[in-house]
Design a binder for this molecule. Structure first.
Ligand SMILES: [Mg+2]
Length: 178
């Protein structure tokens, strides 16, 4: 959960790829994108906002990627205990909690942890203002995941933010897929 303050509308908010769910991203897709590893967001990407369980299929998806030689880690702005829980649920994959996305240092640090160049790291997340903006500015491969349901915490803030995301993507011609 992030209380994003920078809501400037600029092209760094445009994702490179769009998916309905992380589990739709195949190892082949990632290879075609030039990604050796994928960093995943938590809230509204692999779990409901503030929840303590994974969306269906995420665990099997991570296992499949790893079996095909694609590393997976968690890159989240959420607090450590929660990040650690999800890491554990996904087979003790590496994680960075309290990452401070969209700061580009967070993405560079994640790539370092994975032992790859940031340009070889895909970032899969639901938020344009944190995941996508940060990934683009750091030179990572920005993948936008459709969020599933409105956030409970900071409801008014997120309602405003989601409306801005929607208007922006419509304006840029991505309304039909986003
Ligand atoms: Mg999120």
């Amino acid at each position: 959960m992030t209380h994003t303050k920078d809501l400037k509308l600029s092209d760094d908010l445009i994702p490179k790829y769009f998916y309905d769910s992380v589990t739709d991203i195949t190892p082949e897709d990632l290879r075609k994108m030039g990604a050796k590893a994928v960093a995943i967001d938590v809230d509204n990407t692999v779990s409901y906002d503030g929840a303590f369980y994974l969306f269906h299929g995420v665990r099997a998806w991570v296992k499949r990627l790893k079996s095909e030689g694609i590393d997976v880690m968690i890159l989240t702005n959420t607090y450590k205990l929660r990040a650690k829980l999800f890491s554990h649920l996904l087979g003790d994959i590496p994680y960075i909690a309290g990452a401070g996305k969209p700061k580009k240092e967070a993405f560079i640090k994640a790539a370092g942890k994975l032992g790859i160049n940031v340009s070889e790291m895909a970032m899969a997340g639901d938020q344009l203002f944190t995941d996508i903006r940060g990934a683009n500015n750091a030179g990572a491969i920005a993948i936008r995941i459709k969020y599933r349901k409105p956030e409970i915490f900071l409801y008014a803030h997120y309602k405003h933010l989601r409306a801005k995301e929607k208007d922006f993507l419509n304006e840029k011609g991505y309304g039909d897929i986003a």
